[in-house]
Design a protein around this ligand. Structure first.
Ligand SMILES: Nc1ncnc2c1ncn2[C@@H]1O[C@H](COP(=O)(O)OP(=O)(O)O)[C@@H](O)[C@H]1O
Ligand SMILES: [Mg+2]
Length: 304
């Protein structure tokens, strides 16, 4: 069986995909050949794969329309995971609002679609550091943390709007610095592992250490954070089933839920349903769980 590992042609992207070597080994152990394919490469014969597993197409952020168009060719194909419609929904973080409406505790977020609303949105968060970021993003692109009143927050918001994206304004959660983000990786409906991701944003619009870098560590279970991630996972599963993007008894192949503590309790920062780094360097055994889940899906697809 052949599985396409969907990535990008951008060498910077490929260099950041730390899961790939673990997957390669685990898939080979199950007799699955994993072939890296760039989504932008017109010469790829997608029909020639038993499964197409979306993993690291992380430059979609700069090519959103092309990427959405690329996905459309798969329609509701059971060979693409997660399904194209799920990706289309999950690509834009307005989904956080829908999850909040379903009762998931979500980081308080003000969405700004018009330059005239920037000042008011920033004024809402006047006693804490503020995060300004685009609704479509990966790898902290155009993402900044600023002290209250720093005019650079406004500039970044206008830059994001000029880039064609809506802006998200959030309070900066200090727990990200003091105890790190808490990521729950779910494979085929079961929690596979958890990891901590250290602080990334420095006050003033820069990154810790001068460049974007994810520092990951394994973590023991934290019941409060876990509960928030589980609620997010249930809400996402129910939503994608209700919309007919997954059948009523199916699970997403994989997902990652990033949560952090706030004064009001644990909140969801992100539900990554199509391109999460799975943080396999801190949990190598989970690669075999994913290979097994892919194997089960391939076995259940009626041959054409
Ligand atoms: N409200 C926030 N509070 C604390 N840290 C944040 C907040 N929003 C973003 N960050 C930091 O910025 C990083 C990137 O933001 P995120 O929303 O995860 O976007 P993406 O990973 O899609 O670029 C996070 O991993 C986290 O370190
Ligand atoms: Mg993130």
């Amino acid at each position: 069986m052949r599985v396409a590992h969907l990535t990008s042609a951008d060498p910077d992207v490929v260099a950041h995909d730390l899961d790939r070597p673990y997957l390669e080994v685990a898939f080979a152990e199950r007799g699955l050949e994993l072939v890296s394919c760039a989504w932008e490469d017109p010469s790829v014969d997608w029909e020639g794969f038993d499964m197409i597993m979306v993993r690291s197409p992380w430059n979609y952020v700069e090519h959103e329309d092309e990427f959405r168009r690329f996905l459309r060719r798969f329609g509701a194909s059971p060979r693409l995971h997660n399904p194209a419609a799920v990706i289309d929904w999950n690509l834009d973080k307005h989904y956080l609002d829908e999850l909040a409406a379903l009762g998931v505790p979500v980081i308080p977020t003000t969405y700004v679609h018009d330059g005239r609303d920037v000042t008011d949105a920033l004024a809402n968060n006047s006693d804490v550091d503020v995060v300004v970021k685009p609704t479509v993003s990966a790898g902290s692109r155009l993402t900044g943390r600023f002290a209250a009143g720093d005019r650079r927050a406004e500039s970044l918001a206008h830059e994001i709007l000029a880039d064609g994206r809506a802006v998200m304004v959030q309070p900066y959660l200090d727990s990200v610095d003091t105890e790190a983000e808490y990521a729950v990786i779910v494979i085929d409906g079961e929690i596979a592992h958890r990891a901590r991701k250290a602080q990334i944003l420095e006050v003033g619009g820069t990154f810790v250490g001068g460049e974007y870098r994810e520092v990951l560590t394994p973590t023991p279970v934290d019941h409060e954070l876990d509960a928030a991630a589980r609620r997010a996972a249930e809400a996402c599963r129910d939503l994608v089933r209700a919309r007919g993007w997954l059948s009523a008894d199916a699970e997403l192949l994989y997902a990652r839920y990033d949560v952090a503590r706030s004064a009001e309790g644990a909140v969801l920062l992100e539900a990554e349903l199509f391109e999460p780094a799975l943080f396999l360097p801190v949990a190598p055994a989970s690669a075999a769980l994913l290979a097994a889940a892919v194997d089960r899906r391939i076995a259940s697809i009626p041959s054409s």
